[in-house]
Design a protein around this ligand. Structure first.
Ligand SMILES: Nc1ncnc2c1ncn2[C@@H]1O[C@H](COP(=O)(O)OP(=O)(O)O)[C@@H](O)[C@H]1O
Ligand SMILES: [Mg+2]
Length: 386
């Protein structure tokens, strides 16, 4: 196998062509790393900034060989990359995070089981193999609950709220595919929080401050740092993120999502072995960014202890805001402390992330107010709720 240390001027292969791949490639370029994208789609946000792109499904033998020949190390930017492909690639070139982490994250049952193994408290959950058992599990665990597909879900997709045994049965029929589902007790959280942790090949760990996350219809709407969560709970989350990173043998960046309850409980929800939407604030709000940190680790370079520059809000921009064009977009740049990120997607669709805005301000309150001004100026509604 080639050296695990990629020289400056080397090439990182990125599996997937979305915005996370784009921001990985941009961060890599700044440090002298080239990128080759492997994506089933012929165009995408990452393609624009990569040196080269291979368009093929992840099961293609030929693509695997061509990809592996052009790169020094590989990573993946979304979790629907076929695990087997990453495992096979890892026998030819280094793949980070190690494919084991992809395997764990591809299944909600597995990731919660592993989290518990490392001492993290999770939501109450159980596997649901049949409609009959859906009713029973829901009755056992209690209402309200949520039925979720174990794999393939994102942005709240593949989830159904359940309030009665009948709904549990119907929900199972609606969601069920070839795998069992998972039933989770709905958590009455007061805050959602996430932590992005980086770990390098030498086992050094670097953690970003926790972010407070606000969702709208299952999609991340905005994130604020520092999180308005009591410090001991934040410290516990950082500690747990480090335990997971160490326990799973992370190399690269990983995100953990948590719920915080009124009783001060911290419950692990899910993890992603890659840079995360709730960590986009780090591009302006911290040094290094989560993408820079990720590329450093993938290249076999050291990760750096992050510095936080100050209060910061990340506001997601969905296609909904731009169905009639992009004219309004540059208006938001007139405010101080506001930076635009645009992913270059060709179609503006409802519920689709097409860019984000970072707001830097002197206080959390001012950063949130400005993010709200930005959202309203773009014709969107501001959602304050957790
Ligand atoms: N057990 C739960 N209790 C309360 N809210 C939940 C629960 N599971 C999910 N949610 C809500 O739905 C959002 C998306 O669910 P999540 O499990 O993170 O899936 P994904 O982000 O992969 O779509 C969460 O951020 C949270 O707002
Ligand atoms: Mg989530």
């Amino acid at each position: 196998m080639a050296s695990r240390i990629v020289p400056v001027g080397g090439t990182i292969g990125i599996m997937g062509g979305g915005q996370l791949g784009r921001m990985m490639a941009l961060a890599g370029r700044a440090m002298g790393l080239n990128a080759i994208v492997w994506d089933p789609q012929p165009i995408g946000p990452a393609h624009e900034v990569a040196g080269d792109a291979i368009t093929a499904g992840f099961e293609s033998e030929d693509a695997l060989l061509r990809f592996s020949e052009g790169i020094d190390a590989a990573t993946y930017e979304f979790e629907n990359v076929t695990y087997e492909t990453t495992a096979r690639l890892a026998r030819i070139k280094p793949v980070f995070p190690p494919p084991d982490l992809l395997y764990v994250s591809q299944n909600r049952l597995r990731e919660k089981d592993r989290a518990r193994q490392f001492g993290l408290a999770t939501t109450t959950y159980r596997a649901v193999p049949s409609a009959q058992e859906a009713r029973q599990v829901a009755a056992d665990l209690g209402f309200p609950g949520i039925l979720k597909t174990v794999s393939g879900g994102y942005d709240g997709k593949g989830q159904i709220a359940v309030n009665t045994m009948e709904e549990a049965g119907m929900g199972f029929q609606a969601l069920h595919g070839s795998e069992p589902l998972i039933y989770e007790k709905k958590v009455a959280f007061i805050q959602e929080m996430s932590v992005v942790v980086a770990r390098d090949q030498n086992g050094r760990i670097a953690i970003f401050p926790a972010s407070e996350n606000h969702h709208d219809q299952g999609i991340l709407d905005w994130t604020v740092v520092p999180a308005r969560v009591p410090d001991p709970i934040q410290q516990l989350a950082l500690h747990q993120a480090a335990a997971m990173a160490r326990g799973l043998g992370l190399v690269g960046v990983m995100a953990l999502e948590f719920f915080v309850t009124a009783e001060g409980e911290l419950l692990f929800n899910e993890m992603a072995p890659r840079p995360h939407n709730s960590g986009h604030w780090t591009i302006e709000g911290a040094w290094p960014s989560q993408f820079s940190q990720h590329m450093r680790a993938v290249a076999g370079w050291p990760v750096a202890s992050p510095r936080l520059f100050g209060p910061c809000v990340m506001l997601n921009l969905l296609g909904d805001l731009f169905l009639e064009g992009l004219d309004k977009l540059t208006r938001v740049l007139e405010w101080p402390g506001v930076q635009l990120h645009w992913y270059g997607k060709t179609a503006m669709r409802k519920g689709r992330k097409v860019g984000h805005v970072t707001v830097l301000a002197d206080s959390v309150t001012k950063a949130i107010q400005r993010a709200r001004d930005v959202k309203v100026a773009l014709g969107g509604a501001w959602h304050d709720g957790a």
